[in-house]
Design a protein around this ligand. Sequence first.
Ligand code: FAD
Length: 317
Amino acid sequence: MSEVLVLVEHVEGQVKKVTLELLTLARRLGTPSAVWTGAGYSPEAQARLAEYGAEKIYLADSAEIADYVVAPKAELLAHLVTEKSPVAVLVAATAEAKEIAGRLAIKTDSGVLTDVVGIEDGLVADQSIFGGGVNVRSRVTKGIAIIAVRPNATPVEAATGAGTEEQVSFTVSDAAKSARIVERVKEEKGARPELTEAAIVVSGGRGVGSAENFSIIEELADSLGAAVGASRAATDAGWYPHQFQVGQTGKTVSPQLYIAAGISGAIQHRAGMQTAKTILAINKDPEAPIFELADFGVVGDLHQIVPQLTQEVGKRK
Ligand SMILES: Cc1cc2nc3c(=O)[nH]c(=O)nc-3n(C[C@H](O)[C@H](O)[C@H](O)COP(=O)(O)OP(=O)(O)OC[C@H]3O[C@@H](n4cnc5c(N)ncnc54)[C@H](O)[C@@H]3O)c2cc1C
């Protein structure tokens, strides 16, 4: 079977969930090979990648690869494409990996598809484009298929692979060293899951009314083990930090469940959440556009409904 390269996303040596999703997808398309870049590789990482089907793990684990932003990773993947002739390269549809995908496409004279939410036989991708306003089915017709897949778009399934390690001898070119990372600042992280990776997201909008009121959104999120998101109206008002903004100019999320409380459903907000599997909207205006998109809608005051929902979830634990 043809090889499918999967660029591993990892933080502090931990393989991120999106990589397990990519490996699950890759198994349907061919034989998955994980590509590890930068420091932090460990036997635990090897076991995790093998558990989800990686037959091979290409290791380019010098710290240097991660020290020069995206260029060395694109170079490394281009090197592997030439050496291994894979049928496809899968990356996560994150800002960084999409840039890597674009650079790789130029280097290998191939087509690239981004914001993909599913891949079918024949490498036909379901793609969410124009800020999420349109869904299309696309296929790369030139070179190898380079596909950036949105986190949470694929349910993960374990299936053991051999996980055979292969060290890649690769030297980063001088051209790829033109922008160096000089400092990394660790983001303060609470107990909640990372927004773009969470299976459930509870978001609040202008209807929440104040920064203090966001506590009811957080309480619901915590009862569900969810991440908290916010509309731009809420982040611009200073009620919730900008890094939690969902939408065209914020984060893109594709959770199993998205709860929108006091959010009208503007196109720019939809762009970041409409590929969620199930959408629940809570809004006091029955005409709010979010209801056109929602699978379930509750018309009413979120200040009453959200705490009741939290209470009900609590009872079922
Ligand atoms: C270039 C550009 C980029 C943008 N990017 C983004 C983006 O990334 N993300 C984003 O979110 N927006 C973005 N916006 C802004 C976007 O157009 C909307 O203005 C924004 O999404 C509105 O946020 P909202 O739904 O919270 O507020 P509103 O549109 O004001 O809606 C508030 C909703 O809360 C409801 N409500 C009020 N009180 C209650 C209550 N007590 N109980 C229940 N419901 C209540 C109201 O009925 C209303 O539907 C962008 C705009 C532009 C021009």
